[in-house]
Design a protein around this ligand. Structure first.
Ligand code: G3P
Ligand code: CA
Length: 277
């Protein structure tokens, strides 16, 4: 069963912007995703978490401490609390200087506001681009299905839960939790799921994935240390999407191994290396 609903073969290797173009702009901000679209990324990756009042926001860490001027767990804060925080300034002026092609006239709030998944879906819809959205559910077990339920509700509203073949943006749900993926499969079987791997668990070492999952998401470390595992995943009929691929030699390795997607903080550099810019 090869993965359904995947990119056409125009480009053998999809370049997916990890948390947006997160080398150039603060991760998970509107500015980072706009930049990724401008750079020509094939896909956008984002992490989602539930706020205390039930909104899905794009934040990687359990707490907001690293990426904002606030403190505390996302799950303990309401959207209005998060909206009052600055999610951009931590990245600093030096990063701006290294990214001269960020539009200096762009409204600041795009660089500093918390990003809701809804706003990201609007951005993608408005772009008119046939872009892939790779949405990762974070800490889904704690919420016993609420993250997936909210996520699928939103995707449904944007017409992404059962997308017409070949048209518009396509979405896939990623997780380190097989349970989270199974919830998505049960409720929305048309959405492809990606099983993320930080280690090769003995359970999946033969290249087969949890039931119903046909895309593996191994870390670049796994790929570097065990390139033969990629071949096993492929022989078992799975796609392979590797994260986080920022170094030129890793891009080259992934291309050589014939992986299907690389998830990178530097979409522009990777596209340039692949001769696509
Ligand atoms: O794309 C998968 C990758 O993002 C998983 O790791 O910690 O960056 O969410 P993390
Ligand atoms: Ca992620």
């Amino acid at each position: 069963h090869p993965a359904r609903n995947v990119r056409p073969e125009r480009h053998p290797l999809a370049v997916v912007a990890h948390r947006g173009a997160s080398e150039d702009a603060p991760e998970h901000t509107l500015a980072a995703y706009r930049k990724a679209l401008e750079d020509g990324a094939d896909g956008l990756e984002c992490d989602v978490r539930l706020t205390a009042d039930g909104h899905l926001v794009c934040v990687h860490d359990r707490r907001v401490n690293r990426t904002s001027n606030g403190r505390g767990a996302v799950s303990a804060l309401e959207l209005a609390d998060l909206a009052a925080l600055d999610f951009g300034s931590w990245k600093g002026k030096a990063a701006d200087a290294e990214a001269p092609d960020i539009d200096p006239a762009a409204p600041d709030h795009e660089r500093t506001s918390v990003l809701t998944l809804e706003r990201l879906l609007e951005l993608v819809a408005d772009s008119g681009r046939q872009v892939e959205l790779a949405i990762e559910t974070k800490h889904p077990t704690r919420w016993a299905g609420q993250v997936e339920e909210r996520l699928l509700g939103l995707l449904d509203r944007f017409g992404l839960a059962a997308p017409p073949a070949g048209k518009g943006p396509r979405v896939r749900v990623m997780s380190f939790s097989a349970r989270s993926l199974q919830r998505v499969q049960a409720a929305a079987p048309a959405i492809p799921t990606v099983y993320l791997m930080q280690f090769i668990s003995p359970r999946y070492r033969d290249g087969r994935l949890p039931a119903g999952v046909h895309i593996a998401g191994p870390s670049i470390r796994i790929v570097r240390n065990h390139p033969e595992f990629v071949a096993r995943l492929q022989r078992a009929g799975n796609q392979v999407h590797v994260w986080t691929v920022n170094e030129a030699e890793d891009v080259e390795l992934c291309a050589r191994l014939g992986v299907d997607a690389v998830i990178t903080n530097r979409p522009k550099a990777v596209l340039t290396q692949l001769g696509r810019r």
